[in-house]
Design a protein around this ligand. Structure first.
Ligand code: MOS
Length: 747
């Protein structure tokens, strides 16, 4: 392409440096301000009462015992719940609400899932509230429920897959598949997963009266501050200036804090009833049901190819679940739209409705489950063709995105596969499965492709330049632990030609210029786009301020640059204070607005390659991951240290997805049985081997205003397929159901 969508930006200097994240010290010394630790004078505590049945009607709620208990201030039930408006959910109107579900806490007379908050108790202490909650007696008229994907009819099409239709057909894939020389047609079954961040979901709500007006302040654990503010406005009929939401740090989220869950609304209800600040911290058990999950999914992938390996047809279809009242749809076929060249393509999704909490985004929703199925099927095709799986992928590399009919903004998948293969010593691998042993262990290696879209959300940021040579960013974005503050300071420092240590940033507060959702790996580039726009606005302002006899006064703002606190135009330079004389004192600021990247001329995605070595003990059913290597192409990497951590974290979560993570249900009761992190397994240090991360550091200005495409999610994609492909290579047996737990391995 001749020109990029966004003008190129020089990223010399601070960008890319492995600078230590700013919140690191506060976190490891225990001084970092997390929501559950917030306090206000006169603070009361609330504990939710979850339903014990999965479906039915509430006949009565007996609060008399709880109300008599020492310290209990109020019991909130549908009888005294404050007024609120039922509003659209996140999935219905992403611009105006981030509410996860239509089921409201302490407000319904019906139960739609086990764990639904049917009431809450507010007390002086957490302990008194907990005891009070246990004393609330709820009588139900129980109705039949369905919580198993195997028992629910899958006869409904989702309305939309993050904006895409649920059925996509290019050519006649069914007959092209029938006529193909070589065929793979396989089914996959994936368990439900829960996110389990270390930080529990929490909200501290406080209603106040301010100049005769009501105001609401909420400290909460969220990936979407500005949207939370809008949601509260709509729920309680308030103006923007009446709602303030604060969240300085998030202690892990993985998508579970992207939407607003009932505990936040419940904290507001409680605070209103008792007219005092109220804190509600969901328990670990309440996370299972109180917040969302990754839906269980059944998938079929059928690929037909010529005997030389040219793919003729790809069919990817299946079913995910959603809840009775909501419309979250997991878009697991999406990535198959643009991964490989094919003449014919058919993608089709159905959904079934279960009596569960609404499913939600979980790290790389869509790509994580979808790429497991596609990339395992590709490996199976390579085996049938007796081709190296990397060569099969290279052979079917597309020139453009099939579905979008657009060139790629920057793909580099083949480079990732080649560079990764070299570093992993892929060449030394025997083609035949079950050919390497190490004592009792069978050894195998596997490869899979990774991908994630480049997503952006409208964001505003204010940049302030000070005469002392420092600079500052204000933006209502979120710090999820990814290093947002650190990397944005680096981005601004590069544009100003100063050290990143001279830049500071405030985020996490809706009193700052509005930011977007920190989901979809969108934060770095969206905030970066706003910071860049603010710098452009500052250049314009400085040109306007310039003395009329100076060359700056007639300059094009684009030609203005900065260095060490000075404003530069060609070989002329001005100190900031020279330009500000009279009009501004010590600083000058401008707000930049980034609109996102709608109507892009390119297909905007990141790509990568995952390599894994496993050891399998078939008698004990053990799978040990011995080596992992990921090579990614995500545009500019803003900070080599925090960037590496994001890739590592994603890949580690992929090990859990492949081998451990499974929400276990008792379907007779319609309840989750392993609602704790002793029995819901996630990887620990002993599960994680030597890992190597590498990347192709090439800015992508077709997709992104700052060349960076986001890295929080791509690291998990493809990992489960690389592991299952490695287990096949070790044992000669295919595993298509996740997680691959010991009982499946034992012969
Ligand atoms: Mo991510 S699952 O969009 O937080």
């Amino acid at each position: 392409m001749a020109t990029t969508t966004f003008p190129k930006l020089s990223l010399e200097g601070a960008v890319g440096r492995p600078i230590v994240r700013r919140s690191g010290r506060a976190k490891v010394t225990g001084t970092a301000p997390f929501t559950a630790e917030r306090n206000l004078p006169g603070l009361l505590h609330a504990v939710a009462v979850p339903s014990t049945i999965a479906r039915g009607k509430i006949l009565s709620i007996d609060t008399s015992a709880a109300e008599k208990m020492t310290g209990v201030r109020a019991v909130i039930t549908p009888d005294n719940v404050p007024d609120f408006k039922r509003i659209p959910t996140f999935n219905e109107s992403m611009q105006e609400s981030c509410l996860a579900s239509h089921v409201y806490p302490a407000a319904e007379r019906e139960v739609y899932y086990a764990g639904q908050y049917v009431a809450a108790v507010v007390a002086d202490t957490f302990e008194a509230a907990r005891d009070g909650a246990l004393a609330v007696k709820v009588e139900y008229d129980e109705m039949d429920h369905v919580t198993s994907i195997d028992e629910a009819p899958a006869d409904e099409r989702p309305k939309s897959l993050f904006g895409a239709p649920p059925v996509i057909e290019i050519g006649d894939a069914v007959s092209a598949f029938e006529q193909a020389d070589v065929k793979v047609d396989v089914d996959f079954d994936l368990a439900m997963n829960h996110h389990n961040p270390i930080e529990l979901h929490a909200a501290l709500a406080h209603w106040d009266t301010w100049e005769g007006n009501e105001s609401l302040t909420v400290y909460e654990t969220t990936q979407s501050l500005s949207l939370s503010q809008k949601t509260y406005q709509s729920l309680f009929n308030l103006k923007p200036e009446q709602v303030r939401v604060i969240c300085e740090l998030v202690g892990g989220a993985f998508g579970s804090k992207g939407a607003m869950w009932p505990h936040s609304v419940l904290a507001c209800f409680c605070a209103k009833v008792v007219a005092a600040p109220v804190k509600l911290v969901a328990t670990r058990q309440q996370l299972f049901g109180g917040t969302g999950h990754r839906t269980p999914i059944k998938q079929r992938v059928a690929i037909g190819a010529n005997s030389d390996g040219t793919i003729k047809a790809i069919i990817h279809e299946g079913t995910a679940t959603t809840s009775e009242n909501d419309s979250y749809a997991e878009a697991f076929t999406m990535a198959t739209r643009m991964m490989y060249q094919t003449e014919a393509l058919r993608l089709a999704q159905t959904q079934s409705r279960l009596h569960t909490q609404s499913p939600t985004f979980m790290r790389a929703p869509a790509e994580t489950p979808g790429m497991f199925a596609l990339e395992t099927a590709i490996d199976e095709l390579a085996v049938k063709l007796d081709l190296d799986p990397i060569e099969l992928r290279v052979l079917n590399e597309p020139e453009k995105s099939l579905y979008e009919e657009k060139p790629f903004s920057g793909r580099h998948l083949v480079e990732c596969l080649r560079k990764g293969a070299e570093a992993f010593h892929w060449k030394e691998r025997p083609r035949k499965p079950r050919s390497t042993r190490d004592g009792d262990w069978l050894i195998g290696t596997g490869v899979a492709a990774a991908t994630y879209p480049a997503i952006f959300f409208p964001t505003q940021a204010r940049v302030t330049l000070r005469t002392d040579g420092t600079a500052h960013i204000d933006c209502c974005s979120q710090e999820l632990g990814t290093g947002t503050v650190t990397t944005q300071c680096q981005l601004l420092a590069s544009q100003l030609g100063i050290s990143a240590s001279r830049v500071s940033m405030n985020l996490g507060d809706t009193s700052l210029p509005p930011g977007g959702v920190s989901g979809g790996s969108a934060t770095a580039a969206s905030v970066g786009g706003a910071v860049r726009a603010a710098v452009d606005a500052l250049k314009k302002k400085l040109v306007e301020l310039a003395p009329s006899d100076s060359s700056l006064a007639s300059a094009r703002p684009d030609d203005v640059t900065f260095k060490d606190g000075k404003v530069l135009l060609g070989s002329d330079s001005w100190a900031l204070e020279e330009l500000m004389s009279g009009k501004f004192k010590d600083e000058i600021a401008a707000v930049g607005k980034f609109k996102g990247a709608k109507d892009s001329k390119t297909s905007n995605h990141s790509y990568g390659a995952q390599f894994v070595e496993v050891a399998v003990d078939e008698e004990l059913g053990l799978v040990r991951v011995r080596r992992m290597l990921g090579c990614f192409a995500c545009g500019t990497i803003l900070n080599a240290k925090t960037g590496r951590s994001q890739f590592l974290g994603g890949m580690i979560m992929g090990v859990g997805h492949a081998l451990q993570e499974k929400t276990v249900w008792d379907h007779r009761l319609g309840r989750i049985t392993n609602d704790n992190i002793a029995e819901y397994h996630v990887p620990v240090n002993a599960d994680i081997p030597d890992m190597e991360i590498m990347w192709i550091d090439e800015p992508d200005f077709n997709a992104s205003p700052v060349g960076a495409k986001g890295i929080g999610e791509i690291g998990i994609t493809g990992v489960a397929a690389a592991i299952s492909n490695a287990i096949y290579h070790a044992t000669g047996r295919r595993y298509r159901d996740l997680p691959i737990t010991p009982e499946k391995i034992i012969l």
